[in-house]
Design a protein around this ligand. Structure first.
Ligand SMILES: *Cc1c(COP(=O)(O)O)cnc(C)c1O
Length: 264
């Protein structure tokens, strides 16, 4: 049983973080960029204790793809901090998975950002949930939260759905033609902030043309919504290609945390 901060695990995470950061630094140099992307460490399937360890190592942005797991973990991380008499952990939770509209009311309680906005109904649900959440906080005398950072998940896979292999991000995302309408909707929605775009490279295909396409769509969106500059792209396997194509946020799971444990 694991019930204390395990030095070995913390040291392992530190070593892996360093290796990933070195890859990012090399990719930044190779592509001639002047700014480094942010790392969002994807902690899905890993315990709250790992999030706490990552916080001690300076990580503030973590990603989760399922509401139930993320909700419980966010609460546990705060309990762990309180048990140590520490200040609130100050973690920014990034929701990166497929999101059902009826979960919006839970997600706005803990998430700073949603990377996977891909349809009108979800924008409406998130905005409504945020307005209610702010009202609840106001009525309970709690400080209001920041507006919710929203990224549009773009489906870059040229294959029809039935021809795609299963895998991370195999579902979800709006086609490139639908991006601008969603951007306009988010930009006009109460308590939401349009931050930019997110994508997962199509499984089994070269990520380079996909990420370049994303960069082109991003430029078009920024021309109309100058604040929407985030490009969330790149995972453990393709972070170099994402950096070369202008990613501002990388979502790294396996190469920081190791293989995801099986959960029954
Ligand atoms: C799990 C996940 C990641 C992280 O993938 P790794 O290959 O473990 O780095 C990134 N983005 C999304 C949307 C994910 O679901």
């Amino acid at each position: 049983m694991e019930d204390t901060m395990d030095e070995d695990r913390t040291a392992e995470l530190q070593r892996r973080l360093l290796q990933v950061q070195q890859r990012i630094d090399r990719a930044v140099t190779a592509s001639g960029r002047t700014s480094s992307p942010r790392m969002v460490v994807v902690t899905k399937f890993h315990p709250a204790l790992d999030v706490q360890r990552l916080v001690t190592l300076g990580i503030r942005d973590v990603g989760e793809n399922r509401d139930q797991e993320a909700r419980a973990k966010a609460a546990e991380v705060e309990l762990l901090a309180a048990a140590e008499g520490a200040a609130p952990a100050g973690v920014g939770w990034h929701f990166i998975g497929q999101l059902q509209s009826n979960k919006a009311k839970y997600v706005v309680r803990y998430a700073a950002a949603v990377h996977s906005v891909d349809r009108e109904a979800l924008v409406t649900a998130l905005s409504t949930a945020m307005v209610r959440e702010q009202r609840r906080r106001h009525e309970e005398g709690q400080p209001l939260r920041q507006s919710l950072d929203c990224l549009i998940q773009v489906d870059l896979d040229p294959r029809p759905p039935q021809d795609r292999p299963e895998g991370i991000g195999a579902r979800g995302g709006v086609g490139p033609d639908g991006v601008m309408a969603l951007a306009d909707q988010i930009a006009g929605a109460e308590e939401l902030t349009l931050r930019g775009l997110m994508a997962v490279a199509p499984r089994g295909l070269d990520p380079v043309p996909a990420f370049e396409r994303l960069q082109g769509i991003s430029a078009a969106v920024v021309a109309r919504h100058p604040e929407a500059t985030w490009i969330s792209a790149g995972m453990s396997q393709d972070l170099e290609e994402a950096v070369a194509a202008g990613a501002t946020h990388l979502r790294i799971g396996t190469d920081v945390l190791g293989p995801r444990p099986e959960v029954g």
